[in-house]
Write a protein that binds this ligand. Structure first.
Ligand code: ADP
Ligand code: MG
Length: 406
């Protein structure tokens, strides 16, 4: 019979290592916090808020710092009777247009029993609904659009909300937008009028270095782990790996959490450096696996084509060898194959995801240049993922491999 007893080693409060945990203090972001505070100062003065744009890679504290400072702002604004501040937060991860953002904002502002449908309204109608919800609130309204880069080029909303008051759509409410983006390119590609309005104040979050990550980990480990839960060197190893790879605090925390789980599973009382290395492998594997699953159908076909070749010889493989395999598997699966150049784009994507290695070669005297590809990850891992693809007729050798590892 299984019996459960509470952990007495390793984790004191493992939820503190989860991604959605909001730390009650921020480490190593003094200058960003200070720029943020300056940009928000008009709010406390009861003036029209500035629009703020935050950008930086994933895991560098954009969301955590925003939550922290906006909570502080709300708390401090309560001291002033003539400041009424409301903050609304929308994560745009699954939203791909200004229209969808506007609909979701309307629904964020409305009570649960009065939601609007996510389709079917003309765009202007949705904006009108949004303005009337916003104006009904009054005072200062800050709207945080996190992960806003998912809307791509369809960025009208980033112009509409900041300009709503000067365009006469709002009289009671002073709106401000805080846009947060993981993608530098998104800022550059914003339409010029949006850039002028939204990017009044820009705050750039750079990747963390190893000492900064270690400081963040130490702070978090104080609550999350029991004293003595880590052998010496463990936190700095997590910090060093993450600093070298991404500069992401999320990666550093994930490493520590995963290493802790491995130590717990092995019923040890301390996390050691081997756990961290093993955690790193495990996380990398699951990331690659996730990358493979998320590919489009033609990405899947290209992957199977390279796998089929790799089961016959060591590689690397040229596109002219991969393409016929791809075509055959596509046709057997009743899918229209892409032209060679388009399939090559999928190979390039696989290389970008770290699933394939890509080398460029020169064709001797004729002067042409071509690419070669081979797997950067274990074939077993690939086969494992590939066996779950639906609607593909896999070559016999690939099927045999998937069966042999089950
Ligand atoms: P981003 O929004 O830039 O992708 P997050 O703000 O979600 O990154 O940060 C990722 C994780 O790292 C979260 O768990 C967050 O609490 C933590 N974190 C990031 N920066 C700091 C920091 N300066 N101090 C404390 N914790 C941090
Ligand atoms: Mg974030």
């Amino acid at each position: 019979m299984a019996t459960f007893t509470r952990d007495e080693h390793i984790f004191r409060d493992e939820d503190m290592l989860r991604d959605d945990y909001q730390p009650d203090s921020i480490t190593a972001r003094e200058s960003e916090l200070s720029s943020y505070q300056t940009a928000l100062q008009p709010v406390i003065n009861g003036a029209q808020p500035r629009n703020i744009f935050l950008y930086g890679k994933t895991g560098v504290g954009k969301t955590a710092v925003s939550r922290y400072i906006l909570e502080q702002l709300q708390y401090d604004s309560n001291q002033y009777d003539d400041v009424s501040l409301s903050v609304f937060w929308l994560n745009c991860t699954n939203l791909s247009s200004s229209y969808q953002v506007a609909v979701n904002l309307v629904n964020t502002l409305r009570p649960d029993d009065d939601q609007i449908s996510t389709t079917g309204y003309p765009q202007q109608r949705v904006f009108d609904l949004l303005y009337s919800e916003l104006d009904a609130i009054g005072g200062t309204v800050l709207i945080v659009l996190d992960e806003i880069d998912h809307i791509g080029n369809d960025d009208e909303i980033l112009y509409e909300i900041p300009r709503a008051r000067s365009n006469g759509y709002l009289t009671e409410t002073k709106p401000g937008v805080i846009g947060i983006s993981n993608d530098f390119g998104f800022r550059d590609d914003l339409s010029p009028k949006v850039k002028d309005t939204l990017c009044e104040e820009e705050i750039h979050f750079s990747p963390y270095n190893a000492p900064e990550l270690e400081a963040i980990l130490e702070r978090r480990a104080e609550g999350a782990l029991y004293e003595d839960a880590t052998e010496s060197g463990v936190l700095s190893l997590c910090a060093a790996i993450a600093a070298q790879d991404s500069g992401s605090a999320r990666q550093a925390l994930d490493l520590l959490y995963q290493a802790g789980e491995l130590a717990r599973a092995a019923k040890r009382e301390q996390i050691n450096e081997d756990d961290v290395h093993a955690a790193r492998n495990k996380l990398e594997r699951s990331q690659v696996e996730h990358g493979m699953r998320e590919l489009t159908r033609h990405g899947h076909l290209s992957l199977v084509a390279v796998l089929h070749l790799a089961l016959e010889s060591a590689g690397p493989f040229r596109v002219r060898d991969i393409y016929p395999r791809y075509r055959t598997i596509a046709e057997q699966s009743d899918i229209d194959p892409l032209v060679r150049r388009r399939m090559h784009d999928h190979l390039a994507d696989l290389a970008m995801l770290g699933i394939l290695d890509r080398h460029s070669r020169n064709e001797g005297r004729s002067g042409g240049q071509y690419y070669e590809y081979e797997f950067a990850v274990d074939l077993d891992l690939v086969a494992n993922v590939v066996s779950d693809f639906e609607g593909l007729i896999l070559p016999r050798r690939v099927v045999e491999l998937t069966q042999s590892i089950e």
